[in-house]
Design a protein. Structure first.
Length: 104
């Protein structure tokens, strides 16, 4: 039986790890779900509705932003967040494909 060739690009591996790390936290998943339910929403509404501290919310949003899962738009002093649906869809597809290989 021939072994599969492993060709991993360090930069892509690092990016993938950051995305999965961002998704692995329950509070970040809750924030993503909240943004999905509301479309574009400002950070004040996120932390007030979810009853979170502003600093904690900002830290989690920063991780999601660096992972490329959310994007921001500034409107005066307000920062609005929305999901990057194509990035999230590609990530979910990759995870499902990986899990399907384990079942085969």
């Amino acid at each position: 039986m021939r072994k599969a060739r492993v060709d991993i690009h360090p930069e892509k591996l690092q990016t993938s790890a950051e995305i999965l790390r961002a998704l692995a936290h329950p509070l970040r998943m809750k924030i993503l779900s909240f943004i999905d339910q509301n479309g574009t929403i400002n950070v004040n509404k996120i932390y007030n509705t979810l009853k979170l501290e502003q600093s904690i919310t900002s830290q989690h949003l920063r991780i999601l932003r660096l992972a490329g899962l959310v994007e921001t738009k500034r409107d005066g002093k307000f920062i609005h967040y929305n999901l990057r649906y194509p990035k999230i869809a590609n990530t979910v597809k990759a995870i499902n494909n990986f899990l399907a290989e384990d079942e085969a």
